[in-house]
Every structure is written in C-alpha cells, then in structure tokens.
Unconditional design. Structure first.
Length: 105
C-alpha cells in the first residue's frame, strides 16, 4: 500500500514549514539550487534520495519541491515509504511567486 502524501500549493510552503517545524527540501540539481531557491530550503538532489543517501531527523516533517512537481513527488513517496511524514508541493518552483534566495558559492 502506498503511504499517503499530503499535497500543498507551493505558494504556502513557508507558512506550512513554520507551522509544522518542517524541513524544506529542494530536490533539483546543485546548480539549479545555487541559481535560486526558496528561503530556508536545503538541497538534496532527487538522485541522492533515490540512492538512499539521506538521513533526516525522524520527528520532522519533510516538504519537497522541484522544478515542476514530478521529482518532488518521487522523493516524497520514497521517504514516506521509509516512515517519514512527507509533503509534496504542487506546481514546483516555477509557480512560486515570492523572492528566491541565491547562493553565492
């Protein structure tokens, strides 16, 4: 049986993360992340999640986003299968209408 995954509109990602003390995870590539990401997000490319190379705190909700919504759903399903509480954002960063953070590295 597939675990249930909550879906939210990406425009509500910050409020949801604050309300649930969640970790926002950008599953795009490192380069895409550097060019602009949602504030408070960490970057864990979907390939690393698929390879099982992740370790998140068990008590925290994980909120995923990507470019369009497909890879974030993949990541949310994988980690929900490991017992994490996961939330997928619908629309991806393309639908995010607030300011992005740019990494300087």
């Amino acid at each position: 049986m597939m675990p249930t995954i909550e879906n939210i509109n990406i425009r509500h990602i910050i409020q949801k993360a604050v309300a649930e003390n969640a970790i926002i995870i950008d599953v795009r590539s490192r380069e895409e992340f550097r060019q602009g990401h949602i504030p408070m997000a960490i970057n864990v490319p979907v390939r690393e999640i698929q390879n099982g190379k992740v370790n998140f705190p068990r008590g925290r909700t994980l909120i995923f986003y990507c470019d369009s919504g497909a890879n974030s759903l993949k990541a949310a399903r994988i980690l929900a299968g490991y017992g994490y509480k996961t939330i997928n954002t619908v629309g991806g960063i393309q639908q995010y209408d607030k300011e992005l953070t740019v990494s300087r590295q």
